[in-house]
Each structure stands twice: as structure tokens, then as C-alpha cells.
Design a protein around this ligand. Structure first.
Ligand SMILES: Nc1nc2c(ncn2[C@@H]2O[C@H](COP(=O)(O)OP(=O)(O)OP(=O)(O)O)[C@@H](O)[C@H]2O)c(=O)[nH]1
Ligand SMILES: [Mg+2]
Length: 372
């Protein structure tokens, strides 16, 4: 491996020189801001970049959540292009398209981090503090704002936690008020924990708050899905209605008109399937729920989470509900998504056990989990 250090007046100039001297496949190992003197003796800020190039061709990049913040995108592009070429050669076009989407999402993220670094590197900035906080998984714009508001020396873990808590909106769980029962629908991609979370919430509301709770399942695509909630309803002694078509929703809601709470479970929907999203839209239009919680699993890559949020915007989402914190590598997507979409967080789930593995999200506990 050949390693070389470059100094330039700006990040883009440094990157250009890296590219010219080491080529497209160069990898940025480190970058920092240094204070030097101009030929006239006046102080001037420079960007110092340490870059490397493999002697042998690089192995293919992983596409998982481990995107490296300061890795030169060129290397990832080359690896991605090679993979796509080989897929195209083997005739796997559908797989190739999916792969392309994932690659583009990962690249966008890397580029935005790199762009964020450039913007953040003003004469008063400190690249070490900046890149250290970027490694927490927080979005570049969030890190820049935090450093700007707290002042560089003040960004201790404790100060960051307090700052983050002040920037996370939570709903304090379920809302109340309105005429009739509070109707709460959970929607989201497949397997994120919608049914399990409804079971947790319904059990807690009934057992600990003694509220009258009704269940409606609109997930009739799989027999097993109906059975899953039916068995739980039997164990918890809760009434359940199965709704196959939007027209049947009114009847189901009518049955629970004197209840305190009604939970609507929906079928997992791929955010990439417009037909499925339309079905969901039609079902929710009839149910007209007071709350629609978009369930997001923290085991999902952040770029995919963003895609889910964007695509599920066709339905009136009121809350984000995050699941599988216990399995997540980072909880930072909570802050990034809530910041970007200005949506309150309702609950966080932390395991498979019903009803205990769930907590009402508060700004403090959420910030603590994000910066754990
Ligand atoms: N580790 C962990 N697993 C969870 C959590 N919540 C749910 N699960 C598990 O995730 C799997 C899927 O949960 P479901 O509740 O069936 O998910 P769903 O969103 O209803 O799935 P579909 O109806 O198929 O779309 C199950 O094995 C759950 O036990 C959590 O907070 N942590
Ligand atoms: Mg389900």
C-alpha cells in the first residue's frame, strides 16, 4: 500500500490532488485542519489529507450499514460498477436494479457526509471534533448545528446528550381525547414488529390501565398473520375483528364504539410496491384513525429507512415508532429521521417479550440511547 499526505487550501483541492496523484481508487485515511503561515508570514488554515492506494486491486466493498464517512466515493463507485457489470452479464436484471438502488443510496450517504465535512471545515472549525461526532452516526447537518450551538470546547458527551434531547420531539406515548375510542393504526414494512408492538401496547393498556381495548386486523394476506393476533387476543382476553376489505372496516369500528382504544394491525407493505401502498391508503381512509404510527426497525440501513419514510408519505403518518433497539448497531437514525421529517417519536421497543419490551419515548432516554 502506498500512503501519501497532501496539503491544500480546501478539501476539494486536496481531493483533486489525491485523485491526480493516486488515481480514482485512492482511499482517504485521515483528514485534519492545520494552521500554517503564508509566504508573507500571515496565519492560514490548510486541509491536510492522508490518502492511500492499494498496490493490488481492491476487493469488492461490503454494501451494509458500515459505510465509512471519509472514504473516497470513487473507490466505492468502481467496486459497485464492477459488481453491476457482472450482474448484467449474468442476465440478472431485476437483482441488478435492486443492487443499483442500494448502491446509489449508500453512495448518496457517503457523498453527503463528505460534502458535510467540506461545509463544516470553516476557518473556525475543528475537523477532529467534527469527524468524531460524525462517527456517532448523527447526520452531518445535525453535527454542524450542534457544534455551532454548543461551541467546540463544550461538546462533551453530557452536553451533546442534553442538546440532542432538546431537539428530539416525542409524543409521550398514545394521545387522548376526541369523541369515541382512540383509534391507533400501525403501518410499515414487513417484519418490523407491528403485530408484536400492538400486542405489547394492548396488553399494557388493558392490564395496567384497565382500559377497554379492541383489536382489528386488516392483515389478511397470510393465514398465519390472522392467527398470530387471534392467539394473542385469546390469551389476553381481548375482542378481535378481522377486516378483509375497506368496506368491512366501518362495521368493525362500530362494534368497538364504546371502547377506550382500538388498535388496527396492518399487513407489512414493501415501500417499493405502489399497489400495496394504495390498498393501505384505502383501508386507512375508511378507518380514519386518530394516530398512524409508522413502525421502523433500527436493524434496517438508514438509507432504506429514509426510502420507507418517503414512500409511506402517501398515508397520513402521525408518529414514528422505532423497534428492535436491542439488535441495532446504532440508534442515531432516530435523531436523523425525526430531525429531517419533523415527526414525533412515540415508542421504542427493545425485545421480543410481550408486554414488557417497550417504552414510551422521552427526549432524554432517546438521546441517551442514541449516544450510548
Ligand atoms: N429483537 C427484537 N425483535 C422484535 C422486536 N419487535 C418484534 N420483534 C420480532 O420481529 C419479528 C417480526 O415481528 P412481527 O410483529 O410479526 O412483525 P410485523 O411487522 O407484524 O410483520 P408482518 O406482519 O409480517 O409485516 C418477530 O420475531 C418478533 O418477535 C424488538 O423490539 N426486538
Ligand atoms: Mg404483523
Amino acid at each position: 500500500m502506498k500512503i501519501k499526505r497532501f496539503a491544500a487550501r480546501s478539501m476539494s483541492e486536496a481531493l483533486l490532488r489525491v485523485k491526480q496523484e493516486l488515481g480514482e481508487d485512492a482511499v482517504i485515511l485521515h483528514s485534519r485542519r492545520v494552521e500554517t503561515k503564508s509566504p508573507f508570514g500571515t496565519p492560514q488554515g490548510m486541509i491536510e489529507v492522508t490518502a492511500a492506494i492499494e498496490d493490488e486491486p481492491m476487493p469488492a466493498e461490503p454494501t451494509g450499514p458500515e459505510a465509512r464517512p471519509f472514504q473516497a466515493p470513487a473507490q466505492t463507485v468502481a467496486a459497485a460498477a464492477a459488481r453491476l457489470r457482472s450482474r448484467a452479464a449474468s442476465g440478472d436484471q431485476a437483482g441488478g436494479l435492486d443492487e443499483l438502488r442500494r448502491e446509489v443510496a449508500a453512495l448518496k450517504e457517503q457523498l453527503s457526509r463528505l460534502a458535510g465535512f467540506e461545509k463544516g471545515s470553516t476557518a473556525t472549525d475543528d475537523s477532529t471534533t467534527y469527524s468524531r461526532w460524525l462517527r456517532s452516526g448523527l447526520a452531518p447537518e445535525l453535527v454542524r448545528k450542534m457544534i455551532a450551538e454548543l461551541g467546540l470546547e463544550d461538546v462533551t458527551l453530557e452536553a451533546a446528550r442534553r442538546w440532542l434531547a432538546g431537539h428530539i420531539r416525542t409524543s409521550g406515548g398514545l394521545g387522548s381525547g376526541g369523541i369515541g375510542p382512540r383509534v391507533v393504526a400501525l403501518i410499515g414494512p414487513t417484519g418490523v414488529g407491528k403485530t408484536t408492538t400492538i400486542a405489547k401496547l394492548a396488553a399494557q393498556e388493558k392490564l395496567f390501565k384497565e382500559r377497554r381495548v379492541g383489536l382489528i386486523t386488516a392483515d389478511t394476506y397470510r393465514i398465519a398473520a390472522i392467527e398470530q393476533l387471534r392467539i394473542f387476543a385469546e390469551i389476553a382476553d381481548l375482542p378481535i375483528e378481522v377486516v378483509y376489505k375497506p368496506e368491512e372496516m366501518e362495521r368493525a369500528l362500530h362494534r368497538f364504539r364504546y371502547f377506550d382504544l382500538v388498535f388496527i394491525d396492518t399487513a407489512g407493505r414493501s415501500q417499493r410496491n405502489d399497489e400495496h401502498l394504495k390498498d393501505l391508503q384505502a383501508m386507512l381512509a375508511v378507518a380514519s384513525p386518530d394516530e398512524v404510527h409508522l413502525v421502523l426497525s433500527l436493524t434496517t440501513h438508514e438509507a432504506v429507512l429514509q426510502d420507507v419514510v418517503e414512500r409511506f408519505r402517501v398515508v397520513p403518518v402521525t408518529h414514528f415508532l422505532f423497534t428492535k433497539l436491542d439488535e441495532a448497531v446504532s440508534a442515531a437514525p432516530i435523531a436523523n429521521l425525526c430531525w429531517k421529517y419533523e415527526q414525533p417519536v412515540s415508542f421504542l421497543t427493545t425485545g421480543q417479550s410481550v408486554p414488557e419490551d417497550i417504552e414510551v419515548a422521552t427526549p432524554e432516554t432517546t438521546a441517551e440511547r442514541i449516544l450510548a
